[in-house]
Design a protein around this ligand. Sequence first.
Ligand code: C3B
Length: 795
Amino acid sequence: MDNFATDIKKYLEKIFGNTIDEASERQIYQALMVITRDRLAEKRFESNKKLKESQQKRVYYMSMEFLVGKTLRNNLYNLGYEDEIKHFLAKHGFSLERIYNIEPDPGLGNGGLGRLASCYMDALTSNDYPIMGFSILYEFGIFKQVISDGWQQEYPDNWLDLGRYGLLYRNDEEIEVKFYGNTKEEWSSEGLHIRYEDYTAIKAEPYDLFISGYDSDTVNVLRLWKSKATGGFNMKLFEKGEYSKSLESEAIAESISKLLYPADDNDNGKALRIKQQYFFTSASLQQIVKNHYDTYMTLDNFAEKVVIHINDTHPSMCIPELMRILMDEYEYSWDKAWSITTKTFAYTNHTIMAEALEKWSVDLFQPILPRIYTIIREINNRFCKWCNDIGAAGELDEMSIIHNNVIRMANLCIVSSYSVNGVSMLHTEILKKDTFKSFNRIYPGKFINVTNGIAHRRWLGQANPELTRYLNKLLGVDFIKDLSSIDKLLEYQDDKAVLEDLENIKNIKKLQLAEYIKSSTAIKVDTNSIFDVQIKRLHEYKRQLLNALHIIYLYRMIKFNGLKPYPRTFIFSAKASSGYVMAKNIIKLICSISEIIEADPIVREYIKVVFLEDYRVSLAEKIIPAANVSEQISQAGKEASGTGNMKLMLNGAVTLGTMDGANVEIHNAVGQDNIFIFGLSSEEVEELFKNDYRAIDYYNNNQDIKETIDFMRTLDNGHTNFNYIADYLVSTDPYMCLADFESYKNTQKIVEDTYQDKGKWNKMSLVNIAKSGIFSADRATKEYVEKIWKIEKIK
Ligand code: C3B
């Protein structure tokens, strides 16, 4: 540590010509980022040395998204330097907390899937497993959301400006990736050779972000690729007069790593998305194969030493890319290459939403990646032939990889991977029984479940130090090391003093959040009110609209029917993808309700609505510890798992939810009495859908619904009305908000009544914390290690 302080001083002198007492916060920030990175690089060298010596199997985790969150606090916390640096800086008049705030959230992801990837990197590193992540160094991450007059506005997120100090540029490991052009098949005495000509090459530059572990010697790497033109233009094409083509490399290179796609639900026919996917998978695969070959001088044992994990279908081009490398560059036969490939890949499915199951039209795909296309076509031909042989030809409409001139990437993943997993028990059952039922029949045992988990060190240890300190002292166990030991808290479920302490800590966190709310929205909220939280991407299936409808119901009842509910603060935070009109309208609706209530002196005494802009990891870290109620109200069968539900539970919020995704397992863990479940089950939803759900019947037959919707039509804060949304609710809403409204409303009433029984509520909250052990990412990644990857800890 002394060294660390010395290093800070030296850095300031060397880079800025300053003493620490002359330095600015910005300079201190940069010094801390760089020194921490270099410390991790040194540690990485040691753990990598062990890894090289042991020659053990490794996992490569491919993901288009990693929502790493701020890194400085996490790294100092993990390295165990946090307290000492805090004191050292305080001596010189600096607040470490303020320095932390300078770091931007690296927004290299959209939502749950990206955050899960980072939770897993953290957990695996803390548990000393050898994993390397691969993704894209997006110049602009997920947009910054600003709410202006209730409407979402998107602004570019130039995170590298301040975020780049954590990255290490590895110019020694650049790689070329090729697009467009033509392939020619050539037969010689040695067999078939593929010549790939007239392609456009671009450069992939690697930038490494070190991932630290808690109380561990291991440092893993997340490698982010940046696209660059190969230098100059194509002279040959230029001479032939094909000017624009000669500049192609530059144009493509410019665009590929420019920005993260802000839609997490569809990629409708976007050529750039195909290029992004191939760019990072090709660079990564070339790198992995080269490393392997340099170590073993053969690729015959590739699948014994390498597992490549495909995080949703976005990186699925890894599969044909490995085939290409093995055949075209290392002269493997198809059969040998296929045998290696199908033992190398494992695939996680994260959604059954049809629009998110990636499909590419052949016409779009083939010209961009001609060689990759021929490989996919051949995989499909062989798969279809095999299905014929085993009597499954009748199911090829569902299973073929290419169907009606469209490439179905999930099918490619299932056919080519040795393991496919869903992310919660319910989700995996739906995959097996419905979405991929034919595959499950022809590949018995291939589909397995690994319920998601979360990095409790970040979501409790760092986000809620007050609760962490308290539990540490009370329980005398190191639940930060091993979250399963937190169940010791159950012993205190009837201990009044403990229950009160927990309530007091919750109140401290509510107070902190209230201050944040005040500063960012000017709304003053009552910390005695129930903090009711719905934070996640804005999607129709997640049903923020059901929540909003219930608030409108309360508003009307308070204003016109003398209802006096226990005070509640409804807190929302959500980004909508920029082209998603309905989602943006729902944000506008929520913001309008907030405004209308604020202007009403009677209603605002009881309920308040707060929409916090720019939802991101660091904002989640503020909201989650302060929540009383965790709204997990997706239409049953639609939310694959959810992970916010786990983070909220871990911090003592009680779930109000449908029997969907991991809510089912939270329900199993805490028991019926410690969760509020409402609404249709996934089977009932299916049934109702088949029988032609008629929203209008619910409107006509339920007085509360009718009055609420009619009232919604009268809401109008100046220039907007919500007829459009009211019409949708009573007609086409496929997520059936009205079918679940009555049950939701009644359960909300139970929530309210229960909250007023402080003893009972505090006990529920305690049980939720105590039962959260199974939702640690340590447990989830252990299952990946044991059931899928079969890897060992670094020795
Ligand atoms: C999400 C799902 O929507 C969540 O239910 C799930 O908890 C997480 O993945 C992690 O498994 N998801 C996402 O964020 N983006 C997608 N494209 C697909 C799923």
